[in-house]
Design a protein around this ligand. Sequence first.
Ligand SMILES: [Zn+2]
Ligand SMILES: [Zn+2]
Length: 294
Amino acid sequence: MNAHQVEGCVFLCFFVWLMSLFITSLNSGSNGNCYYVGNSNEAVLVDAGISCKEIEIRMKRLGLEIGKVKAIFISHEHSDHIKGVELFSKKHQVPVYVTDATRRNGRIKLEKHLSFGFTATVPVCIGSLSITAFSKFHDAADPYSFMISHNGVNVGVFTDIGTPCANLIHHFKQCHAAFLESNYDEEMLAKGGYPYYLKKRITGGQGHLSNSQALSIFREHKPSHMTHLLLSHLSSNNNRPEIVEALFSKHANGVRTIVASRHQETEIFQITSEPHLQTAIQRALKPAQLQLAF
Ligand SMILES: [Zn+2]
Ligand SMILES: [Zn+2]
């Protein structure tokens, strides 16, 4: 490659980087949920269900700047989604977007100037990120899931869902990447020691998605542009990462499937609407040339 071609590739590489979303699960499971979605300038957290300190530690380990987090969106009031929100918001002066019903039921106390509402299907703009909420079936006061968009790239955060409803399918079909709940293995739950009422709560349409429900959504509604699927909110008693990994990798068809851990952060994934262009550029450039783009 001559100097002009290298320069062109570096420019393209930088352009793809600017148009990308960067995502990671800081923790995922009934012990705490916190998902990071951002571009090169700003980011949002969906839920803050681990402590403020853990969010800080895990972001630092990944090299993510806290200052880039411009908002937190809260899906519902269960403690595994709100544990660290008050302190993180107060300490870092980050606005929180939460509905009145969720705030009341979760007894979430926020500084007045940092508390905002949102309405289903009406996008909220945070810098050049656009966040759209939609309602879902879950046993909480006013539960929502979110899709975050940036320059035509869409990332969904879809956990704590009792029924694979039309709203979920509609948004899933638009995503380049999604955090999708794969909460329990049906056989493990049925044979396990949970009391009957709890089994009923989990499977009863207002609880969580099973592995086979999540797999059906993926197989039947995966858009051709989807590149990453992060299986999320696994139960510790009624599921195992190996089961989910084996199940989804069989049907991945070129989509990168990752099981999000309930103990630590995942790596950061770059999500772009031009994955083939990105791969081609990266193959064409030597590492030193690639560095020039950033
Ligand atoms: Zn949850
Ligand atoms: Zn929940």
